[in-house]
Design a protein around this ligand. Structure first.
Ligand code: 3H9
Length: 704
């Protein structure tokens, strides 16, 4: 047995008649230039060595190959290209087998599809998730996958970006053999030898004929219609369908050329930049100083205080993550309601066929309702989710301080309140932290982890560990009114109110914001959340509001009518007979007109571009202030907050990335222009001015 290239990211060794090619490029064996070159060299080595009868490709570590090296996109291309490597593998005259034990994604699956046979172990994950990065499979995947698994299934796989389990991939025809166990080299060698012994010939994917072309094109037409409806401004999905059509209509080589051209279009699109920024930013948010300084505390038993909508949603998240949960409510009636709220979620899953009565019973066996704080003396972590009122929360924390064991983590779920004040109501502020869940808490991904002054590092690390177990996207935030998300939201919502009072209707504003890629505009969101919630906040802040600041009263007038949005059948929109999509309301427009008249505002016309210019400038300016004050660790934390919790279009990368892509000087110039009208509201963030003066962008603060 001889070893070659052992220092390289691609190692080869001859095992009898089989050249074992092993990729070792941690953490996920991405196909960087050195891996591509190594794979090409291995194919050439096999061709040149008469002793080699077959080639076996495997990945070391957890992954087979997680795809192209995403960090290389946007940089000058370095040969060999991935399509070249795939073509060389496929063209090999020696049998090539890919043995997949972990992630074979994107370019990784394209390598496997270029091999002549594919084997998978149980933990394999196969998929073409390029769409999530604003791309399409660009190394022959759009031409080979349809030939291997059928045009419709392959296109659906590419459009969804889903990862298939080994079993599902085998059922779809994507792998030829499933093998139990975890020794991928042994399984791969055995399979390769089985194929050699049977005299199996080389089988090239490019030679597979797509037989039912008419049926395939009809399927693609249907997918195109569906995709156009759902894509909401996304560029690459329709290009994926074009590539699939090329696979049906064109000879293989021409199909590849077509794929290449469309891949380059995707690569050059700003959507690719936005989506790849989002990919890395979602991983970077977990890299916080406290996690480096301390290990998380151990926790298995949780208590949730409060069984309302939030408490129940958090309970479901905790149960789903495998924890034991005791829910505390003040009396028998409330605890029954809390349990009903939890069960409602599981009953919904049962109705949809996504859960069985047995599995629900198994989950609920880890749930205990109680009306006595004494029952949570031994829990490791408490999440309080009672009514959003500082005094009420302080009283709960005094109780927790009394009963909980030393070292228990005490978390408060609040959207606005001063967590330092809550922590100081206990004798152990080092154990108190904020966890801001978003509603519905069992579905929404974002979790703001709010770090008060006295909390210890291991408690922060524990909160991040909890987020991981609950499959949430955690963002570290400092204490201030509204933390990262709601604080910035309050400001751009105010900008929307000003635009409305100055001349645009709420409907025009919502439409412009949807045009940017949001699923809903700000007034639709108000109606969905319930106008009374914002009204309560405005009343709470009335006493501390700067009397010199501009204040738009339209929403107050609407609330005074009892129009709280969808739940009351009208708000900014009308919802006749429980409709979920609102209709413009002439009476709301009359209220807006009356408010303008009261303030002597002569309404003027706003184009969608003008609306967005102000809306986004307000968001970015406040985002910069939040970073400047250390409320957010980095601009990327603001981006992830908005993508995961506020419907910001992922393909635009988040507000700070968006600003970078516009050019910060341009955004600052807009703010300065608006500052002429209202110097108080539009005061430019010092950080923004500093970055522009230094010729830097927000991303420069994300590094290191
Ligand atoms: C493509 O293939 C294009 C081709 O069709 C055509 C080309 C011509 N590159 O997620 P994790 C890093 S496009 C570079 O935390 P997990 C990641 O940033 C690609 N780096 O682990 C992190 O770094 P750090 C299509 C990558 O176990 C570390 O690896 N492929 C890449 O939860 C661990 O990642 C995809 O879109 C990459 N491709 O999940 C797959 N992938 O430690 C993208 C990961 O510094 N990857 N990193 O924070 C994934 O979906 C997940 O990473 C995976 C592992 C499921 C593999």
């Amino acid at each position: 047995m001889s070893f070659e290239n052992t220092a390289s990211v691609v190692q080869t060794r001859l095992d009898g008649e089989v050249l074992v090619v092993s990729i070792n490029n941690p953490p996920v064996n991405a196909l960087g230039q050195a891996v591509r070159a190594g794979l090409l060299a291995a194919v050439e080595q096999a061709a040149a060595d008469a002793a080699v009868q077959a080639v076996l490709i495997v990945g070391e570590g957890k992954a087979f190959i997680a795809g192209a090296d995403i960090r290389e996109f946007g940089k000058p291309a370095m040969p060999p290209s991935l399509p070249e490597v795939c073509n060389a593998i496929e063209a090999s005259n020696k049998l090539v087998v890919a043995a997949v034990h972990g992630a074979a994604l994107g370019g990784g699956l394209e390598i496997a599809l270029s091999a002549h046979y594919r084997l998978a172990l149980p933990k394999a994950l196969l998929g073409l998730p390029e769409v999530n990065l604003g791309l399409l499979p660009g190394a022959g995947g759009t031409q080979r996958a349809p030939r291997v698994m059928g045009v419709k299934a392959a296109t659906e796989l590419m459009l969804s970006g889903k990862h298939l389990s080994a079993k599902a991939a085998a059922a779809a025809g994507l792998v030829d053999k499933l093998v139990d166990g975890d020794d991928v080299v042994a399984a791969g060698l055995a399979y390769t030898r089985e194929l050699l012994a049977a005299g199996t010939a080389v089988r090239r994917t490019r030679d597979i004929e797509i037989t039912d072309k008419v049926g395939a094109l009809a399927d693609l037409e249907a997918l195109a219609i569906d995709t156009a409806k759902k894509a909401r401004g996304l560029f690459s999905p329709l290009k994926i369908i074009e590539c699939a059509k090329a696979a049906v209509n064109l000879p293989f080589e021409q199909g590849l050329a077509h794929e290449r051209a469309l891949f380059v279009q995707c690569l050059e699109s700003p959507q690719r930049q936005g989506l790849i920024h989002a990919f890395f930013a979602e991983r970077e948010v977990t890299k916080i100083p406290e996690a480096k300084a301390a290990a998380p505390r151990a926790f298995a038993k949780l208590a949730i205080i409060g069984g309302g909508t939030m408490g129940a949603g958090i309970t479901v998240s905790a149960l789903d993550a495998g924890f034991t949960v005791t829910m505390i409510e003040r009396d028998a009636e409330s605890i029954a309601r809390g349990q009903a709220n939890v069960e409602k979620v599981y009953n919904g899953l049962i109705a949809k066929g996504r859960m069985t009565e047995e599995s629900k019973a198994a989950v609920m066996a880890r749930y205990t309702p109680s009306t006595s704080y004494d029952d949570i003396a031994d829990v490791d972590l408490v999440i309080e989710a009672v009514f959003e009122d500082l005094e009420v929360k302080k009283a709960v924390f005094k109780e927790l301080d009394r009963v909980c064991k030393p070292g228990a983590v005490l978390a408060t779920n609040t959207s606005y309140l001063d967590i330092d004040a809550i922590a100081n109501a206990t004798s152990r502020p080092q154990d108190v932290i904020g966890l801001h869940f978003f509603s519905p808490a069992n579905i929404m991904k974002l979790l703001e982890i709010v770090v008060p002054a006295k909390v210890s590092a291991d408690v922060v690390a524990t909160a991040f560990e909890l987020a991981k177990k609950m499959k949430k996207v955690p963002v570290r935030a400092g204490v201030c009114d509204g933390f990262i998300g709601n604080r910035i939201l309050a400001v751009y919502k105010q900008a929307a109110d000003y635009i409305m009072e100055d001349g645009a209707s709420p409907y025009e504003i919502d439409e412009a914001v949807r045009g940017f890629g949001y699923p809903m505009g700000p007034f639709q969101v108000t109606d969905l959340a319930g106008g009374d919630i914002g009204w309560a906040t405005r009343k709470r802040r009335a006493a501390t509001r700067n009397p010199a600041a501009r204040y738009v009263e339209v929403a107050d007038r609407i609330c005074e009518n009892g129009w709280f949005g969808q739940k009351t059948g009208r708000g900014f929109y009308l919802y006749p007979q429980g409709a979920r999509v609102g209709q413009p309301d002439p009476e709301v427009l009359a209220i807006v007109d009356a408010e303008r008249a009261k303030k002597g505002v002569t309404p003027r016309k706003f184009t969608p571009e003008e609306i967005l210019r102000r809306y986004m400038a307000a968001m970015v300016n406040e985002g910069a202030k939040v970073v400047e004050e250390g409320i957010a660790l980095r601009p990327l934390d603001v981006d992830v907050t908005f993508i995961s919790g506020y419907g910001f279009p992922r393909y635009r990368g988040g507000p700070m990335k968006w600003a970078d892509m516009q050019g910060l000087d341009k955004v600052l110039a807009d703010i300065k222009e608006f500052e002429q009208e209202d110097p108080l509201f539009w005061k430019p963030a010092a950080l923004l001015e500093k970055l522009v003066a230094e010729g830097k962008n927000f991303d420069s603060l994300n590094q290191g």
